[in-house]
Design a protein around this ligand. Structure first.
Ligand code: ACM
Length: 707
């Protein structure tokens, strides 16, 4: 048999459905067909088009890679990194790239022409990857596409009964959006360069191409300024990046096809600037570095001409340091209190006939925009800066809602979506995945307006994130957002996404990311000297809890959090999404979906519930010895209690009982009790257990008819 005749064209539903002989009406059918044609292809993000071949390309220690066409230092570096990574993934000792080798085991990478010296928005990132039993080829217009093709190949390699192999396949790929970013807040908690580097490696793996570097906040000013050294010397506790380090990180990102966009948040979120330069603030100093979280009053004084002279010099310095064409000025959450409290500023607003504080911020933004533009950059701002009188080359980053993105596009501005992509809010990967830059208000835009939507960025705000736990706050969920921004819009089945995300998650640790192993390391610290049984009990509990969502961490705190508090509790160690709870919930759905007749699944549910019920007794002795375990002792009791409720519901279902309303009310109230956050944790299996109660009791989907 030759190559299978099946083509997947996510970008062209018509062709996809014609070649697969499926009706074109249901988009779900399309994406589920993608899944049936690509079983075992754990690619993430899913490419624009995949054609399966037959057979596979065997990878052994004689595998090598070389290049033809345009010569490029970035590509040559990438070829060696590719081999290093493949060596780690397989354990094979691979020779350096372009070594003389057996021809049939070669991969050849061909690039047509140069890419831009400073990477630009919208450069061609497409590539074609062909894998056959006799060899593999990547061809791309520029090295950017070749870099993506190499990452796709790494994801194709799997272990097989015959050794390591990559399946025969032809992939033609190109991104859906040109701006696919990750923002990391390195200001609230300082994040060392080494950690940024490994996260940039993670971004390369999932084909993200913008690192948005949030560099200044109330809690810290993180860049060395040679013109204004008091900024970093007094505003950072000594935790800042030198200019050499910044140049190094920009080069590191560029080698991976990633642009670096700096953000200096103005005129609010700016206390740390004023520690060294109180003369630019709207209110009287002195100022100290803020240690609490929240929105604070200090703001630049827009009426002070010296502020603009300072910003001109400062932005001039930073515009040279950061080569990217885009320069982010923040603009979010100015509460106006410092402006209200200053009579001189209020008089300025009246004298210039400005519309209150919003008018004053607009006045500031206009002057700021002209400074940014003078230094050759386009300004990016959070959606608060949107105003039709600003020049159209600015870019709006929407965080407060998707409507702001659509509004910006209607007014002629380009925009990127971050609302729905806040990794710190603890949403499930599926919830992020369901958010589409072209969804919601954007879906009714004209074709021309839609063109202005450049993509999106996930955001890692760092109130509860530090060097230790940041990887697990970003990964693996960030991969779901990366796929949303790269892959065809109709690729959106969450179950398929999770299956691939879990495979990728393991691979990401080969980059040095610590999202999985740091969880266990942190639990060991929490447990102290624990027996294996005690530690496993802690792990069992920790596996099914999640931190409270959205901004509930503040609301459920027993004392206000600060940047000086350690992040060493269970809530800081656990992943933000519980895989065990999700899989339990899927099992319950399957069981209830079978009208509770699927005995095998019923037995699995029972085994899980017994384990949870009996876990608490194993954990309690440890809770007496560790204050960090004690904090979760009542959640452990809750888990035992709801597991018993679940078992009672299963008994009722299996023995054909038909519990009455009183039983249902009593059991449900136990579940509701367990649903209340304790220790800032949520017990995630509770909704599935409620489902078992509802199904079992009178009127429920599995209840026996009443006699
Ligand atoms: C923001 O979350 N204040 C941009």
């Amino acid at each position: 048999m030759g190559k299978s005749n099946v083509w997947l064209r996510g970008l062209s539903l018509m062709i996809l459905s014609a070649s697969l002989n499926v009706p074109s009406r249901a988009q779900e059918a399309q994406s589920s067909n993608l899944q049936t044609v690509m079983p075992g292809l754990n690619l993430m993000p899913i490419p624009a088009s995949v054609q399966m071949g037959s057979g596979s390309f065997k990878i052994d220690a004689s595998f090598n890679v070389t290049r033809t066409g345009h010569s490029d230092a970035r590509l040559e570096g990438a070829l060696q990194r590719f081999l290093d990574r493949l060596g780690k993934q397989t354990g094979l000792l691979l020779p350096p790239w372009n070594s003389p080798t057996v021809a049939k085991l070669r991969m050849v990478v061909h690039v047509d022409h140069d890419s831009k010296p400073v990477q630009e928005l919208g450069e061609d990132e497409s590539y074609v990857l062909e894998v056959a039993p006799s060899g593999a080829n990547i061809s791309a217009p520029t090295d950017l596409g070749a870099l993506h093709g190499l990452q796709t190949f790494l994801q194709l390699v799997t272990v097989s009964p015959d050794g390591f192999v990559a399946p025969a396949v032809i992939i033609k790929d190109t991104p859906r959006f040109p701006w696919r970013g990750l923002m990391i807040d390195t200001a609230r908690h300082f994040i060392p360069l080494e950690i940024l580097r490994r996260n940039i490696d993670g971004m390369e793996t999932v084909k993200m191409n913008v690192f948005h570097w949030h560099l200044s906040e109330n809690q810290g000013f993180r860049v060395e300024s040679r013109k204004f050294p008091k900024l970093h010397q007094m505003g950072s506790d000594g935790l800042y990046y030198t200019q050499d380090e910044i140049r190094g990180l920009i080069a590191y990102a560029r080698e991976r096809g990633i642009r670096v966009v700096p953000e200096f948040d103005l005129p609010g979120h700016s206390t740390a600037w004023f520690v060294g330069h109180p003369e630019f603030a709207s209110g009287p100093g002195p100022f100290t570095i803020e240690r609490r979280w929240g929105v604070f009053d200090p703001a630049f004084d827009p009426t002070n001409e010296k502020v603009y002279k300072f910003l001109d010099e400062f932005i001039g310095e930073m515009a040279k340091l950061f080569p990217d064409h885009f320069f982010h000025v923040g603009g979010d959450e100015v509460n106006g209190k410092a402006w209200d409290a200053n009579p001189k500023i209020q008089e300025f607003i009246r004298a210039h006939d400005l519309k209150g504080n919003a008018g004053l911020q607009l006045y500031f933004n206009k002057k700021l925009q002209s400074i940014v533009s003078k230094h050759g950059k386009s300004m990016v701002g959070w959606d608060e800066v949107l105003d039709p009188t600003l020049p159209k080359d600015i870019v709006i980053q929407s965080w407060r809602g998707q409507a702001a993105l659509a509004e910006a596009a209607k007014q002629g501005y380009r925009g990127i979506l971050s609302n729905g992509y806040y990794l710190d809010l603890g949403w499930s990967a599926a919830r992020h995945y369901a958010v589409d830059p072209m969804g919601d208000a954007a879906s009714s835009l004209s074709a021309e307006e839609k063109q202005r939507i450049l993509g999106g960025e996930s955001c890692m705000w760092s109130e509860y994130v530090n060097a230790e736990n940041i990887d697990s706050r970003i990964w693996p969920r960030n991969a779901a957002i990366a796929e949303r921004l790269w892959s065809p819009q109709e690729v959106r089945d969450p179950a398929w996404m999770y299956a691939r995300m879990h495979v990728l998650s393991v691979q990401l640790e080969w980059l040095g990311l610590t999202h999985q192993h740091n969880y266990l390391r942190s639990l060991r610290r929490i447990a102290g000297a624990a027996s294996t049984e005690e530690f496993n009990a802690l792990r069992t509990l920790a596996d099914v809890v999640e931190p409270v969502k959205d901004y509930m961490r503040e609301q459920t705190a027993t004392e206000p959090a600060t940047s000086e508090m350690p992040l060493n509790r269970v809530v800081d160690a656990i992943p933000l999404e519980s895989r065990a709870a999700r899989e339990f919930s899927e099992m319950v759905d399957k069981y209830v979906g079978s009208s509770c007749r699927d005995a095998a699944t019923g037995a699995q549910i029972r085994a899980q519930l017994i384990l949870w019920r009996d876990n608490d007794a194993k954990l309690q002795p440890l809770a007496q010895r560790s204050f960090l375990v004690k904090e979760v002792a009542s959640t452990s009791q809750d888990l035992a209690a709801v597991a018993s409720v679940g078992l009672a519901a299963l008994d009722a279902l299996e023995h054909g009982g038909n519990p009455d309303e009183a039983w249902k009310t009593q059991q449900s109230s136990l579940v509701q009790q367990a649903q209340k956050p304790k220790g800032q944790l949520l017990l995630m299996p509770t909704p599935a257990i409620q489902k078992l109660i509802d199904s079992a009791s009178v009127g429920g989907s599995c209840a026996a008819p009443r006699q």
